[in-house]
Design a protein around this ligand. Structure first.
Ligand code: APR
Length: 272
């Protein structure tokens, strides 16, 4: 509990708070992560999610879309959990500079964080595009086609090109603008909080290091140890939803006009 109080104090004192999230922030919304024992890589072969295979092989695309149909079914019905909602509240309190996320589930935006404050390093699963003609599709539209038995959705004729969700596959070039902006925000942060990431995929996992190098206070909130735990100024091994909700309650308790009044009904005295 002491670390949570310390993190709340650090957040209140920060001028530029950046939160970095991974799949662990969405597991409490029902979306599996990747590297936990029951994670997606225990059920699917990551090589089917490589850009080269997706482009080169119809079989790999078929396996990708089979997996994608299941994964998107959980994403589509997922609701933001206490961790997403706490981060959105921190923005409403004027305490959040940006969220850098590896997630593609759009849950930070659904929770109410301003889209311009969400930097998506690995893209967004709700959009699909034809790699030949650029035609956009909604992921819901493609999901319906998959559920109606289409094994490898393609662009409409006469194009017929390969269509692909707007998510970054292994071996695919990172989005330049988002990656540069994420690094700029990480280097400009005075407080950098990692929530729910194993910190093993690069260049995303460089972001906490950029922040630390630039002098930020680094906090890590994760169920399992990460390779950067020894560099964290604050380390909390716990569930993202519980921890971030506790942190938010402690932040609000420290803001006089938000702190619950000491006796029922009496308005808290105005800040001196
Ligand atoms: N609360 C806190 N931490 C959690 C929770 C939870 N409820 N659930 C899981 N975790 C932790 C796990 O212990 C794990 O360390 O979140 C971490 C999730 O790690 P990964 O599954 O590796 O996910 P992530 O770090 O986001 O992966 C990065 O890898 O496969 C690629 O593109 C994919 O964006 C993804 C990237």
């Amino acid at each position: 509990m002491e670390s949570i109080g310390h993190l709340a104090d650090v957040i209140l004192a920060s001028k530029r708070l950046v939160i970095f999230t991974g799949a662990g922030v969405s597991t409490e919304s029902g979306i599996p992560d990747f590297r936990s024992p029951k994670g997606l890589w225990a059920r699917y072969d990551p090589s089917d999610f490589s850009y080269q295979n997706f482009i080169a092989s119809r079989d790999a695309r078929m396996r990708y879309w089979q997996a994608g149909r299941e994964i998107y079914a959980t994403i589509r019905h997922a609701k933001p959990n206490a961790a997403h909602l706490a981060m959105a509240e921190l923005e409403r309190l004027g305490l959040l500079d940006a969220i850098i996320t590896q997630n593609v589930d759009n849950l930070h935006q659904t929770a109410g964080v301003s889209p311009e404050r969400v930097i998506e390093l690995h893209g967004n699963a709700t959009r699909v595009r034809c790699l030949s003609c650029g035609r956009p599709f909604s992921r819901d539209e493609i999901q319906a086609r998959l559920e109606h038995g289409e094994a490898i959705p393609a662009c409409a004729l006469p194009c017929g090109g390969i269509i692909k969700p707007a998510t970054i596959l292994f071996g695919e070039a990172m989005p330049v603008r988002e990656t540069m902006e994420a690094e700029r925000r990480a280097r400009g942060a005075d407080t950098f909080i990692v929530v729910g990431s194993s910190l093993v995929v690069f260049p995303a996992a460089m972001m906490p290091l950029h922040a630390k190098e630039a002098g930020a206070t680094l906090a890590i909130v994760n169920l399992e140890p990460t390779p950067y735990d020894d560099q964290a100024d604050i380390l909390i091994h716990g569930k993202a939803g519980e921890v971030m909700d506790w942190v938010l309650q402690m932040v609000k308790a420290r803001i006089p006009h938000l702190a619950p009044s000491t006796s029922a009904g009496r308005q808290p005295t105005a800040r001196a």
